[in-house]
Design a protein around this ligand. Structure first.
Ligand SMILES: [Zn+2]
Length: 119
């Protein structure tokens, strides 16, 4: 069974755009390391802010850090899947080398293993 990589590539690229959008709304790229994202809110001038603002900013920052971690993991998974398409290794189970089920890729185009090796 041949995998329609063009189809999954489109899906992955769409997801990557959504994820990039999410990332830029909660984080900024580290200028010294463009691969690294930093949650927004960390640069608040704590001395200048009043206590309420400070609490809000800290809370926002902590929320952003949590969301950022999740989005970043997914972003990297999607990037890696697109790289596998380029390399011609897309849709092959990382654990056993067998083809990944189409249904599984449909549910998660960035899947790296077949259903059997999911965990
Ligand atoms: Zn497998």
């Amino acid at each position: 069974m041949e995998i329609d990589t063009a189809y999954f590539k489109t899906k992955l690229e769409q997801e990557l755009r959504t994820l990039t959008h999410e990332l830029t709304s909660i984080a900024e790229k580290n200028p010294e390391n463009p691969k690294d994202w930093e949650a927004k809110g960390g640069g608040l001038d704590i001395q200048q802010a009043d206590p309420n603002e400070r609490a809000d900013a800290i809370e926002e920052y902590e929320t952003n850090v949590g969301v950022l971690k999740e989005v970043e993991v997914r972003y990297n998974d999607v990037k890696a899947a697109l790289k596998r398409i380029e390399d011609g290794t897309y849709g092959v189970c990382e654990a056993g080398g067998e083809p990944i089920e189409k249904e599984r890729l449909e549910a998660n185009p960035a899947a790296t293993t077949c259903t059997k090796h999911m965990n």
